[in-house]
Design a protein around this ligand. Structure first.
Ligand code: ADP
Ligand code: ZN
Length: 623
């Protein structure tokens, strides 16, 4: 590192010393053997008193980047976080690890507030979590500005950017922190930020000269797949959930109504499903969130109102019953699976009608044409990835600007590469049929026309040259081809209030297909399937196996989980703040016989060892 060589030998050794101190806290307090990814670099920068921007993937350990310097540097660590749930989770987990952390939010009672401020002033509190609007109240700012701060951390920093997808106007005020706390290093962290969003973060948060740390977006623990929907896709969702019993999952649906219906069907099928959307009463939402977090296996069916800041680490799958809004949202939403680093899945169902609705929604928005154009492009990029024939994570990582990306080897496309067949001739037939029918009909009627099977077709229609010219495909085959043409923009669907009409798409592109200058290729149906794309079903695995637990260790693993459930219920905290599944699975594997051996397991810090060590060793001995 060039910058380091400019430092005096003394400064350099202080830098090493403080990083050593940070590593010691990582081991002692959090129970992890060493830093991973860019953690050491980011922490080193803050320890040296400089601000930074860190873009680390979900599960990359962003929170330790500000928690540890808060413990090592003198003064209070101030963390700004957009959601109460997010703060509550982190504070509970920190307290379990023996760290003096608190949060101030609209739910904090006045007496608690007084106590927290007293500890802030005494210097006995290490970390304080606040919301942006809470922090910006003049009285709060004034009180804090009299203190020495170890650092100011801005979590989910992409919320400051209009180019991101979670824009929060109140984040815009955070630029003022540069004046309020001129001596404290400021750290902005986020999991999703393309180059443009990063630029925005730097400008808005006044981090112009801060070093930027951008880690790879790879999420090797996630196996991704996508498939075209049949109908509403609900029965497919039921199947997918039934194949994954005893695990926690999140299912995203596009509308409140869709959420309610899907949750009902799952409940009727005996799945512990919870519905969540912005139309529900606030207290009901909070109760369901808590129920989900506390459960060993629960299925949350939700709109995107559910999400940011939900850090349940043991979510084993995210299913999009309806597709996300853009690739940024996709990565963030599926990113909620597998945060504990254990294998998890992201499964997306999509259709050409979803595409048509997305475009229609953008069109009806009251924003200027350039913003619309950006949003429309983002939608097309999403569908190109979903319906494409290339490795999915590789496509996403390239989209985020990563270079030298290789295929993941575990998404549906990598595992079972689709065969493409040339369908240009059939496409020409379909396009001319749509042209002759004048964009007045839906898909079913167009397929019937191609097959020459329209009911009550007027003579004017049966006389058309396209009537019955497509007997080479089954109805399903034609539907798939029409979808393909819609995804490619060769056809255009007008949602028409739920009775969609199909017309010709982009004129130049259509002409190119007529002339044979543009080829249309289509995925070939796997043998035995009538559909074009029904990716290989994921193997059915029992939950312990997916978590790396051998059959022989499964009883111990389950016993540890049961013990954890009890201790969590006693303390009214989610089970994972006691120990993550990853830690329990390592304990089940290692079967530690002594406190020293138990302390070596990742995730077992000193405080937890003291609190739970004897219990855990007892469970190990008994199983
Ligand atoms: P993020 O906020 O980036 O999504 P978290 O900070 O919640 O990620 O960390 C994700 C998980 O990784 C947590 O369970 C955390 O304990 C674990 N973790 C973080 N840093 C390390 C490390 N250096 N070694 C082992 N596990 C770690
Ligand atoms: Zn792949």
């Amino acid at each position: 590192m060039a910058a380091d060589s400019l430092l005096s030998p003394q400064a350099r050794s202080t830098g090493t010393a403080s990083l050593d101190a940070a590593r010691e806290v990582l081991r002692r307090t959090f129970g992890h053997a060493d830093f991973r990814g860019l953690q050491a670099d980011v922490i080193g920068e803050i320890m040296a008193g400089r601000g930074a921007l860190a873009v680390l993937p979900t599960g990359g350990g962003k929170s330790l980047c500000y928690q540890i310097p808060s413990l090592v540097r003198p003064g209070l660590g101030l963390v700004i976080s957009p959601l109460i749930a997010l703060m509550a989770d982190q504070v509970a987990a920190l307290q379990q690890s023996g760290v003096a952390a608190e949060k101030l939010d609209s739910n904090t009672r006045p007496d608690e507030r007084g106590d927290i401020w007293k500890r802030v002033n005494d210097g006995t509190l290490d970390l304080l979590y606040v919301s942006p609007e809470g922090l910006m109240q003049p009285s709060m700012l004034e009180r804090l500005s009299r203190l020495r701060l170890a650092l100011v951390a801005i979590d989910e920093a992409h919320c400051v950017s209009q180019w991101g997808h979670d824009f929060r106007p109140e984040y815009r005020m955070l630029g003022r922190l540069a004046d309020a706390f001129p001596d404290a290093p400021r750290l902005a962290v986020t999991a999703t930020a393309d180059a443009r969003t990063r630029e925005d973060i730097r400008a808005e948060l006044r981090l112009k000269d801060a070093r930027e740390f951008v880690d790879s977006f790879a999420r090797p623990e996630l196996a991704l797949s996508a498939e075209r929907k049949r109908g509403s896709g609900h029965s497919r969702v039921l199947e997918l959930v039934a194949e994954r019993p005893g695990r926690s999952g999140v299912i995203y649906a596009g509308s409140r109504d869709g959420v309610e219906k899907l949750a009902e069907k799952l409940l009727a099928a005996g799945v512990p499903a919870l519905a969540y959307h912005a139309g529900l009463d606030k207290s009901l939402r909070a109760a369901r969130l808590e129920q989900f977090l506390d459960a060993d296996a629960a299925v949350m069916v939700a709109t995107i109102a559910f999400g940011m800041g939900v850090d349940k680490p043991d979510v084993r799958y995210v299913i999009h019953a309806d597709p996300p809004a853009a690739i940024e949202a996709y990565w963030q939403e599926i990113g909620r699976a597998g945060r504990d680093g254990l294998p998890a899945e992201g499964i997306t169902l999509y259709s050409s009608s979803d595409l048509a609705w997305a475009l229609r929604r953008i069109d009806s928005r009251d924003v200027d044409a350039t913003v619309k154009a950006v949003q429309i492009r983002k939608v097309h990029q999403l569908y190109a990835m979903l319906d494409g024939t290339g490795c999915r994570p590789a496509a996403v990582r390239r989209y985020f600007g990563e270079h030298g990306v290789h295929a993941c080897g575990q998404c549906d496309v990598c595992v079972d590469p689709p065969d493409a067949v040339d369908a240009t001739e059939a496409a020409q037939k379909a396009l001319s049929a749509v042209h002759r029918l004048g964009g007045r009909f839906g898909r079913g009627r167009i397929v019937d026309h191609l097959l020459g099977k329209s009911k009550d077709a007027p003579a004017s229609e049966t006389a058309m040259s396209t009537y019955g010219i497509g007997r080479e495909f089954s109805p399903v085959g034609w539907r798939d081809l029409l979808d393909q043409l819609l995804f490619e923009g060769l056809l255009h669907e007008d949602p028409n209030d739920g009775r969609p009409l199909v017309g010709l798409g982009e004129a130049e592109a259509v002409k190119a297909v007529y002339r044979g200058e543009r080829r249309v290729s289509m995925r070939k149906a796997p043998t035995g399937a009538d559909a074009i794309s029904r990716p290989g079903r994921p193997r059915k695995r029992h939950s312990g196996e997916q978590l790396g637990v051998e059959a022989a260790d499964a009883p111990l693993f389950e016993a540890l989980r049961a013990w954890r459930r009890e201790r969590a219920a006693e303390q009214h905290v989610p089970p994972y703040v006691i120990f993550h599944d990853a830690t329990l699975s390592a304990i089940a594997r290692e079967r530690p016989a002594s406190a020293e051996a138990l302390a070596k397991v990742s995730g077992v810090g000193q405080s937890k060892l003291k609190r739970y060590g004897a219990d855990v060793l007892r469970v190990v001995r008994a199983n």
